[in-house]
Design a protein around this ligand. Structure first.
Ligand code: MN
Length: 197
């Protein structure tokens, strides 16, 4: 059985940028529902239970067709959100340092140019989806709960949830205000740690 990971900070810790109400709803209801529906789907195929979620998402075509969509959507939702909470921190924001900062500057010309491109792509996601920074420093987007893993790509360094459920309570339809606020809580230490690997 998959389980909902606890947040490593309080629900109200990001309050200036992402409210307690959003964090509670997003973590306790949305993420919990992905976990519950993933577990429920896998009851029909017990031989597929108990594996790391990454293994299933990396080769969706191997997953039985009867549960493939559920694994893609709810397994993807579980994987994406498990990372997303770790990409947020009450002491986040600012700019990355060290090798990650150098790599971003090398690729984009400046940290601000990276932020601008990531922001533009996040805002261009039509409907629900995610924006990702990949280990090769490409910025990509996926629809719904699709993960880079299922596209044959490596695990992302950083990801941003641009589903309305991630911001509507605070920002209504203004995704641009949400993305602007989100940069203030990005956990660069965690991104740098993933980059090092
Ligand atoms: Mn979400």
């Amino acid at each position: 059985m998959y389980t909902l990971p606890a947040l490593e900070y309080d629900y109200d810790a990001l309050g200036r940028y992402i409210s307690k109400d959003i964090m509670q709803l997003h973590h306790d209801k949305h993420h919990q529902t992905y976990v519950d529906k993933l577990n429920a789907a896998l009851e029909a195929v017990p031989e597929w239970q108990g594996q790391p979620i990454e293994s299933l998402l990396q080769d969706l075509s191997a997953v039985p067709e009867s549960v493939r969509t559920a694994v893609r959507n709810h397994g993807g939702g579980h994987y994406n959100h498990t990372l997303f909470w770790q990409w947020l921190s009450p002491t986040g924001g600012g700019q990355p340092t060290g090798p990650l900062a150098e790599a971003l500057e090398g690729k984009f010309g400046s940290y601000q140019a990276f932020v601008d491109e990531f922001t533009t792509k996040s805002l261009a996601v039509f409907g629900s989806g995610w924006a990702w920074l990949q280990p090769d420093l490409e910025i990509i987007t996926t629809a719904n709960q699709d993960t880079p893993l299922s596209q044959g790509l490596d695990a992302p360094l950083l990801g941003l949830d641009v589903w309305e459920h991630a911001y509507y309570l605070d920002y209504k339809n203004k995704r641009d205000d949400y993305v602007k606020a989100w940069w203030n809580v990005v956990n660069w230490d965690y991104v740098a740690e993933r980059f090092k690997k």
